[in-house]
Ligand binder design. Structure first.
Ligand code: ACO
Ligand code: OAA
Length: 369
């Protein structure tokens, strides 16, 4: 079956997509989008239930305290060229973190959960440090400030100042909406990796490498490139018509599982509208809405999670090549949940391939080839 379409590869109690409805541990995404903070989602995904007040406070504290990076990460980031690929930098940094964790090969429940907190928090700090170091700014030390949430911490570390409440709320919603999505390609990659009893860091590195592709997490950056290229609402029709005529893919549209629309897109659309109006510049939102209408009318395709998130991050003033890194930071919560679930009841993932190559070849000595 091409691309394993429709193949059920494992059992999970973390996330379901049934009849177009996305649920984390049985809670619909529509409910969670309005009610849950990202930290509540992390707890829900990792422990299987919502936290009580004290558990939530403890997790938040644990996360912000764990965000402090080994100083050698900053040295490593200073070695990179400023223009180097940001997802590759994140992938290398997460791999590098392995060397500063003395519990790497301890697969016990308690050690796995401690590592999950550390990696989750440090990921946000690394993304911010990538930006600051490549723009010749000093990274902000996370322990210098008392943050109210991971969303606030990320924006503060990135920009070097206390973010506006509307920005924190928007970032938190983005983190909630991107946190988990069943057996998408990057999550599958992480499960395959740890099914060999490899470590959590390797699982996350595999997942980052997989999310990096334009057909998966990097589509958000490609959407932003497209919007910039279009530039004005008056050019949308001509631009999309040319793409369709050339049989090119329109980034941010279509989905392997949702054929009637991605339930996360409407929340990101509403958020893009709100932020556009707040900033006094709705150009990107207006262009996006028009693209959505034309692509649906001509191809029957609807926007996925990556389409409106491009406008949301742009309104938040985030550099375009960090969009996929933010996705990775949020999705680390989901990847971790799957890694923990895999370790909890492990079976090596090793499918078969159907051989379609030449059969029974006769060995040719060098002089006869
Ligand atoms: C977080 C995420 O990963 S969400 C997805 C992010 N990726 C993107 O936005 C990239 C653009 N979208 C795509 O390439 C696809 O929709 C995918 C890869 C996401 C899913 O694709 P699949 O389930 O494999 O569907 P498939 O590629 O078979 O497409 C089915 C048909 O729809 C077309 N199609 C699907 N998506 C698009 C698109 N974005 N633009 C134009 N045509 C498309 C295909 O060309 C194909 O047409 P055909 O049957 O005439 O050949
Ligand atoms: O499920 C998928 O194939 C891709 C996706 O939307 C996600 O990972 O959020």
């Amino acid at each position: 079956m091409s691309g394993l379409t429709g193949v059920v590869a494992c059992e999970t109690s973390i996330c379901s997509i049934e009849e177009g409805i996305l649920r984390y541990r049985g809670y619909t995404i529509d409910d969670l989008a309005y009610k849950a903070s990202f930290e509540e989602i992390i707890y829900l995904l990792w422990y299987g239930r919502l936290p009580n007040r004290l558990e939530l406070i403890a997790l938040k504290q644990d996360l912000t305290e764990s965000a402090v990076l080994p100083p050698k990460i900053y040295d490593l980031l200073r070695l990179y060229a400023p223009w180097g690929n940001a997802m590759a930098k994140l992938r290398t940094c997460v791999s590098f973190l392995t060397h500063f964790d003395d519990e790497v090969m301890d697969h016990s429940f308690a050690a796995d959960h401690r590592k999950a907190v550390r990696i989750m928090a440090r990921m946000a700090a690394i993304v911010a440090a990538i930006e600051r170091i490549r723009t010749d700014l000093e990274p902000i030390e996370p322990d210098a400030i008392k943050f109210s949430s991971l969303a606030e911490m990320f924006l503060w570390l990135l920009k070097g100042e206390k973010p506006e409440p509307i920005a924190v709320k928007a970032m938190d919603l983005c983190l909630v909406l991107h946190a988990e999505h069943e057996l998408n390609a990057s999550t599958f990659a992480s499960r395959v990796t740890v099914s060999t009893m490899s470590d959590i860091y390797s699982g996350i590195v595999s997942a980052i490498g997989t999310l990096k592709g334009a057909l998966h997490g990097n589509a958000n950056e490609q959407v932003a490139n497209m919007l910039e290229e279009i530039g004005d609402i008056s050019r949308v029709e001509e631009y999309i018509a040319a793409k369709i005529a050339n049989q090119e893919r329109i980034m941010g549209f279509g989905h392997r599982v949702y054929k009637n629309g991605d339930p996360r897109a409407k929340h990101l659309k509403a958020l893009a509208k709100e932020l556009g109006e707040y900033s006094g510049d709705t150009r990107w939102y207006d262009m996006s809405e028009k693209i959505e209408q034309i692509v649906y009318e001509s191809k029957g395709l609807r926007p996925n999670v990556d389409f409106y998130s491009a406008s949301v991050y742009t309104y938040l003033g985030i550099p375009r090549d960090l969009f996929t890194l933010i996705f990775a930071t949020s999705r680390t919560s989901g990847w971790m949940a799957h890694i923990l679930e895999q370790h909890d009841n492990n079976k090596l993932i090793r499918p078969r391939a159907k051989y379609i190559g030449k059969k029974h070849q006769e060995w040719l000595p060098m002089e006869e080839r």
